[in-house]
Design a protein around this ligand. Sequence first.
Ligand code: TYD
Ligand code: MG
Length: 458
Amino acid sequence: SPRKRTAYVCTSCGADYPKWQGQCEACGAWNTLSEIALDAAAATSAAPARRGSWAGKIDAAKITPLVDVQQSEIQRASTGIGEFDRVLGGGLVEGAVVLIGGDPGIGKSTLLLQALGEMSGRSRGLYVTGEESLAQVAGRALRLGLSLDGLEALAETCVERILEQAAVARPGFIIADSIQTLWTDTLTAAPGSVSQVRESAARLVRYAKETGTAVFLVGHVTKEGGIAGPRVLEHMVDAVLYFEGDSGSRFRVLRAFKNRFGAVNELGVFAMGDKGLREVPNPSAIFLSGGSARQPGSCVMVTREGTRPLLVEVQALVDGSPLSNPRRVAVGLEGNRLAMLLAVLHRHGGVLTSDQDVFVNVVGGIRVQETAADLPVLLAVLSSLRNQPLAEKTIAFGEVGLSGEIRPVPNGEERLKEAATHGFKRAIVPKANAPKAGTYKGMEVIAVERLADALEAA
Ligand code: TYD
Ligand code: MG
């Protein structure tokens, strides 16, 4: 009988191990290792023949001096959706495998179906649906206002059969919606298990590289971990894009977390409407809560995620805690960063929150990853604690260091300009980001060097 070969994969970060262990060394999570069966075929001599059966020409590997390698610009095809191209790094690259993750219902299928429609005529795409029937896909395409002419779909979940069809039809790109529904007949594990998801993805990746076909993999993010999430695939693919957004808001943000062909942290912004996702090419002010009244616990910041400045509102709620270990909850920001900032606020600002629950939320379901959020977070916390709103039309940005210094952030002038354009009257910013004159296009700019100065200015 064939030897059963297994390995263990961390379902939270994708690291793999030859043996089971209680804690993942890569991400520190406990009890997240899941057993996977290794592809039995890969261990036998029959494997190379199988591999070639559907593939096109495979170049035998040979050592090549790099000077002999022709430098050609990477060929990119536009998806026909500007915000999508932006996140991909300028368009879709031949043979690239792009993982698109996000909560169920956030709009992954919608975006890819729209891209299929936009690209039809220029590139032949194959929409492989494992979740919805062909009738549902066609119905959705019609609702999106797409012409069905030239659109092709395949309702199939077995990877081998998908690749057989692809070998004949030779599409320019394939959309696999979703990777969690796919399975390969070389494994007996259930579809959706870590082994099936990994092996199915591995086969599609191999096909993509051998044929130059671009592949989109849709992956649902799962909180329970019952079904293998997209994290276990991140290291196998060329680009990882995640969809973010509040279920209560129609805005959706697509963010590149990994991109072998472009910049990471680039954002694409969309609004979900009755005709699907609409691009928001000037997203600057959409993440303000809209309430014009000044509220305690709110501070507007100018963040620069990707290549555009965005005005984003940070809200804090600070409330006396009955707990001996008060809660610190950060939504849209890193929790550890919040804990660190509260410690700096105590030590260098003299403001104690250790007997308070502190909740911080970034409005609109967007995630802010840059340290320019530090100062606005602390100003929002202070404002909530004192129950006093900040002065009207005030923005802030700046990194807060452990010794209470306010550090400059990149692109200060661009941020000030964005705030001035949107009618803000007052800015509290790091000294090195402030113009000498103390004003910028009619906006008062307060330069701060220490946290204590900033708290006083606020
Ligand atoms: P969908 O693309 O199916 O999400 P995913 O593939 O990420 O699970 O998006 C589904 C949601 O989008 C659903 O709640 C309905 C909504 N929607 C619209 O509001 N307008 C539309 O035109 C479409 C197609 C969907
Ligand atoms: Mg879907």
